[in-house]
Design a protein around this ligand. Structure first.
Ligand SMILES: [Mg+2]
Length: 221
């Protein structure tokens, strides 16, 4: 867990548990399908290229914008830029590609009722409407940093989130798989932040390996 200096002397009870979505509750299968299957496939058809050539081209375009830029997350932005039509219709067809990690639904069921559950995602609402279709009923609030605040998950985003939830940062626990967006940024304002490292690649002894381990760990808070 990463916590700020001020946290160590604060004994606020947890009121809200906040979850990242992709890489945390659901796999990246759905996103992969849209970004690296549907878009290059359509790009290839639209511009008369092979799938491989189209893939190379769109990857260059994605990289040239970069994930710190707000438009990078906006699938309709790319559909428009590449002249591929309507993104939402293409995404509906990919609904079967949404895959939850095996422990996610059980953990949500266990924690629901004990705490207020909330979502803090960098994915646009258009994605979340698919990714959370089966689990949205567990969450009292769903925040999309890109759709609601036009930013990635910065400290400002987390401050706004706490304000809207009407809680102090010290009353929030957040878990997610991105070291900067899910740990460093929220921890810097006092949110108790857990780094989810499913593959154990970080070597960080404080990281949790899955959501079941996360739920076990926060019992002692
Ligand atoms: Mg994530």
């Amino acid at each position: 867990m990463i916590q700020s200096e001020s946290m160590k002397t604060t004994q606020n009870a947890i009121k809200v548990i906040s979850f990242d979505v992709e890489g945390t509750m659901v796999t990246t299968d759905f996103s992969y399908a849209i970004w690296f299957e549907t878009i290059p496939q359509r790009y290839a058809e639209r511009w008369g290229l092979s799938f491989e050539e189209a893939t190379r081209k769109i990857k260059q375009e994605y990289d040239s914008l970069g994930d710190q830029h707000i438009d990078w997350y906006d699938v309709q932005y790319w559909f428009t830029r590449f002249d591929l039509g309507k993104a939402d219709i293409a995404m509906e067809g990919l609904q079967p590609r949404v895959k939850y990690y095996p422990e996610t639904k059980d953990v949500l069921k266990k924690l629901d009722g004990k705490y207020k559950l909330s979502v803090a995602s960098g994915s646009p609402r258009l994605f979340l409407s698919h990714l959370l279709r089966d689990t949205a009923h567990h969450f009292s609030s769903i925040f999309s940093s890109t759709s609601d605040f036009q930013q990635v998950k910065t400290t400002d985003f987390y401050k706004n989130m706490c304000r809207q939830l009407q809680v102090e940062p010290e009353q929030v626990v957040h878990v997610g798989d991105h070291l900067q967006f899910d740990c460093l940024e929220p921890a810097s304002i006092g949110i108790r932040s857990y780094y989810l490292d499913r593959e154990g690649k970080s070597g960080d002894p404080a990281a949790v390996r899955d959501l079941a381990e996360f739920a076990e760990t926060i019992k002692s808070l």
